[in-house]
Ligand binder design. Structure first.
Ligand SMILES: O=P(O)(O)OC[C@H]1O[C@H](O)[C@H](O)[C@@H](O)[C@@H]1O
Length: 293
């Protein structure tokens, strides 16, 4: 029999190109070149860790609802650009010759993507950049996203960003998010008013949309029903956004879909990141599933 193909480039929904990467234990992820967006991540049992909206639209320039959108160079409507920037609506390419990433050599199953600013993009954001994204499955099945943003221009630029995973949960009412105790947050349901969260854990009973500031590097999504915890680890991004729309209408989200996901986003919002000409910013997001009570 043939050995499993660990890397496959194929056509996904509506003929949009996608990459499927597998490891030798049968774990896998899929990423669309449109948006450079991860749309699936499965463990060795074939269980899906991410959620795709039942009404997701795969029709550029509509952003894909689900998986892990890349939000750059502007988080939400915090500046003059379209909300969440524009790279989730661009066609990324495979980066055949990525500069080496130190300390990541034991990851065998990965893909490298790149997006370079175009003349069109320069009209709305006048900065030349290269955004490289390595997506990898690690030794314990963790999914790792390494972002590298290089300033290929002659003047410095600033950006805000977020990586926006729609994490699969058994039931939004049954989970809790841990790690935000006594942290400040901006409540996006109250014009980004600043408050402090004195609750030990976050639970969900209604619409929730907060930017937590200067969060710990590890945030945990504890799912009692599944008996698993998703450990969301970040480097190079100080903030975390937690979102669930509850019954608020989102056009490309099925009515019951909110019950099945929560987003815990690694983000840089409050303090924009500055990159000088020739320099590179690097950010890491690692998601690991561990057993729990
Ligand atoms: O609808 P989108 O542009 O994809 O944004 C989806 C959501 O992203 C983030 O999580 C924000 O905190 C929310 O305010 C926003 O609704």
């Amino acid at each position: 029999t043939e050995p499993p193909r660990l890397f496959e480039r194929t056509k996904g929904i509506n003929g949009l190109e996608k990459i499927i990467v597998r490891d030798r234990k049968g774990r896998s992820f899929e990423v669309y070149l449109y948006g450079g967006q991860v749309t699936s991540w499965k463990n060795e049992k074939g269980e899906e860790m991410l959620v795709m909206s039942s009404k997701a639209i795969f029709d550029p320039p509509t952003p894909i609802r689900g998986g892990i959108p890349i939000l750059f160079p502007q988080y939400s409507n915090t500046g003059p650009l379209p909300s969440h920037g524009f790279v989730r609506q661009r066609f990324w390419e495979i980066d055949a010759n990525p500069p080496q990433i130190p300390s990541n050599s034991y990851y065998l199953s990965f893909v490298d993507l790149i997006l370079r600013s175009s003349q069109e993009d320069m009209k709305i954001w006048p900065h030349k950049f290269e955004y490289r994204m390595r997506i990898a499955i690690g030794p314990v099945g963790e999914l790792m996203l390494i972002s590298r943003v290089k300033n290929t221009d002659v003047k410095p630029f600033n950006f805000t960003m977020a990586l926006h995973p729609y994490f699969a949960v058994s039931d939004i009412s049954e989970i809790q998010v841990e790690g935000m105790h006594n942290l400040d947050y901006l409540d996006q349901l109250k014009n980004r008013t600043r408050s402090t969260d004195h609750n030990k854990v976050i639970t969900f009973k209604s619409q929730f949309d907060r930017i937590y500031l200067s969060t710990p590097d590890d945030i945990r999504i504890v799912d009692r029903k599944k008996k698993t915890t998703m450990v969301v680890h970040k480097e190079g991004q100080v903030d975390s956004v937690v979102w669930n729309p509850w019954e608020k209408k989102v056009v490309d989200l099925g009515v019951e879909d909110y019950r099945r996901f929560v987003t815990v986003e690694s983000a840089a919002v409050e303090k924009p990141i500055t990159v000088n000409p020739g320099q590179e910013w690097r950010g890491v997001l690692t998601m690991t599933v561990v057993p729990s009570k």
